[in-house]
Design a protein around this ligand. Structure first.
Ligand code: KIV
Ligand code: ZN
Length: 385
């Protein structure tokens, strides 16, 4: 099994979600939760962006242990110096420098030609390398960059000292085949590629951030950048819980895993949701309220016989105490009898038939049936009988 480095950017790219700003105490709480989750790298913020961001990176760098702490910087001396100022108290710091490389960004945003981009990228990496050994370089909008130029920039950044080269799909434009192909091409064509870890940073504009990241891993990426609950700019980033559980569940296929302590996934998801106020959709994979809930009678019957009939992961492995057999109009007798037993009733035969009939009538009127409803139905039936 290859180990994939999990680079969490909830506190940087995640915080860039409209409405997701966090104060210093909240950022420290999330950072500690990420340590408990055993992420490898925490991107704590963008120190030049604001005094608050600078303070947060400095505080996290000083507080957390056993994890690499990273700060973001554009490819210019002021940004890089400020990032280092914030990071220098960290046990294990990383500076992440980025510069856009796509034709659209070169022409309209940066107004620089290709030679100028390479020169600035090299200068930025070299300056950061003067501060610490762990340097990440990101060619922003890499997925829309001409692949020959991307290879040139990546080679130059590694030669200048980058230890990780991150390939961002900044606008969520890639598809899995495209992203996998970009990583494969870099591995085939960049002569010094083995001197750095290849990373991937996918946005979710077309709903493919996790699939694109998996395709990158399949083609040799050794680091995935992601956020709790997939929060981030616009439609968000690759969701940490999804990529981690995809690798854990399908290690047979990917031959790769992470160090993540998965029973902390749901508690960390809830913490980030309550701090940011960004709700987790009910049917969200892994951490949504319905992720381990079953209502259909056929599924509930199967689950009661053998849980692997309808579940590919164990709820306790992601921090959910148990599977939820939701009682509703699609549920069957087996689930009703099971719930009645759990509530302390022993009903069977004709008595169970009668309660089941009454339950179905009630379920047509109510979206969800609670334990109190079941108890009332059984009590009524028992006292009537
Ligand atoms: O999406 C992006 O390109 C980024 C970079 C700064 C890595 O967030
Ligand atoms: Zn991003």
């Amino acid at each position: 099994m290859r180990n994939i480095t999990i680079f969490d950017t909830t506190l940087r790219d995640g915080e860039q979600s409209p409405g997701a700003s966090m104060n210093l105490a909240e950022k420290l709480e999330v950072a500690q939760a990420l340590v408990d989750l055993k992420v490898d790298v925490i991107e704590a913020g963008f120190p030049i962006a604001s005094p608050g961001d600078f303070e947060a990176v400095r505080a996290i760098a000083g507080a957390v242990k056993g994890v690499q702490v990273c700060g973001l910087a554009r490819c210019n001396p002021k940004d890089i110096d400020r990032a280092w100022e914030a990071l220098q108290g960290a046990e294990n710091p990383r500076i992440h420098v980025f510069l856009a490389t796509s034709a659209i960004h070169r022409e309209f945003k940066l107004k620089m030609d290709k030679a100028e981009i390479i020169r600035r990228a090299v200068e930025g990496v070299e300056r950061a390398k003067g501060y610490c050994p762990n340097i990440e370089f990101s060619p922003e909008d890499a997925a829309r960059t001409e692949v020959d130029f991307l290879c040139e920039v990546v080679e130059a950044a590694i030669a200048a000292g980058a230890t990780t080269v991150n390939i961002p799909d900044t606008v969520g434009y890639a598809t899995p085949t495209h992203m996998g192909g970009v990583i494969r091409t870099l591995r085939e064509r960049v002569p010094n590629i083995d001197q750095a870890v290849i990373s991937v940073h996918c946005h979710n504009d077309l709903g493919m951030a996790v699939a694109n990241s998996l395709a990158a891993v399949e083609n040799g990426a050794g680091q995935v950048e992601c956020t709790i609950n997939g929060i981030g700019e616009r439609a968000g980033n690759c969701s940490l819980e999804e990529i981690v559980m995809a690798l854990r569940t399908r290690g047979d296929y990917y031959k790769a895993d992470t160090r993540i302590h998965t029973p902390r996934l749901v508690p960390t998801s809830r913490l980030v949701s309550s701090i940011t106020g960004l709700e987790v959709q009910r049917n969200k994979a892994i951490v949504g309220r319905n992720a381990f809930a079953h209502e259909a009678g056929i599924h509930q019957d199967g689950m009661l016989k053998e849980r692997s009939t309808y579940e590919i992961m164990r709820p306790e492995d992601v921090g959910v105490s148990k599977t939820d057999l939701v009682l509703g109009k699609h549920s069957g007798r087996a689930a009703l009898a099971d719930r009645a037993t759990a509530l302390g009733y022993a009903i069977e035969g004709k008595e169970l038939d009668d309660v089941f009939e009454a339950f179905k009538k009630l379920a047509d009127k109510k979206k969800e049936i609670y334990d109190a409803d079941i108890a009332a139905l059984i009590d009524k039936r028992t006292s009537a009988g």
